[in-house]
Design a protein around this ligand. Structure first.
Ligand code: FES
Length: 99
């Protein structure tokens, strides 16, 4: 059973989920609040960065590249609503820049 670890600011969260589950939906169902809006790769609100285990996620889709840009995707950024978990992974929710 995959282990998902999520860093949000100074908070660390972790849970186990079934293989192939959606990262965003699994997180919010456990009251781990990754910001989101559309859940369909249109708004970019659910942006996360993969810290460990990118090989344990589904491949980056065209809609993610379109929304995030190629360079951020190469740096590990994903859209949580488009991300499915197949093994252990550690991600962070980037904090908004204040200036
Ligand atoms: S919630 Fe809008 S892109 Fe994921």
């Amino acid at each position: 059973m995959p282990r998902v670890e999520i860093k949000i600011g100074t908070s660390e969260h972790a849970f186990d989920c079934d293989e192939g589950e959606n990262l965003l939906f699994e997180a919010i169902s456990r009251s781990i609040m990754i910001p989101f809006n559309c859940t369909s790769a249109r708004c970019g609100t659910c942006r996360i960065r993969v810290l460990e285990g990118p090989e344990n996620l589904n491949e980056v889709g065209d809609r993610e590249v379109l929304r995030l840009g190629e360079e951020p995707v190469e740096s590990g950024y994903r859209l949580a609503c488009q991300t499915f978990v197949y093994g252990d992974v550690r991600v962070e929710v980037p904090q908004p820049r204040l200036f």
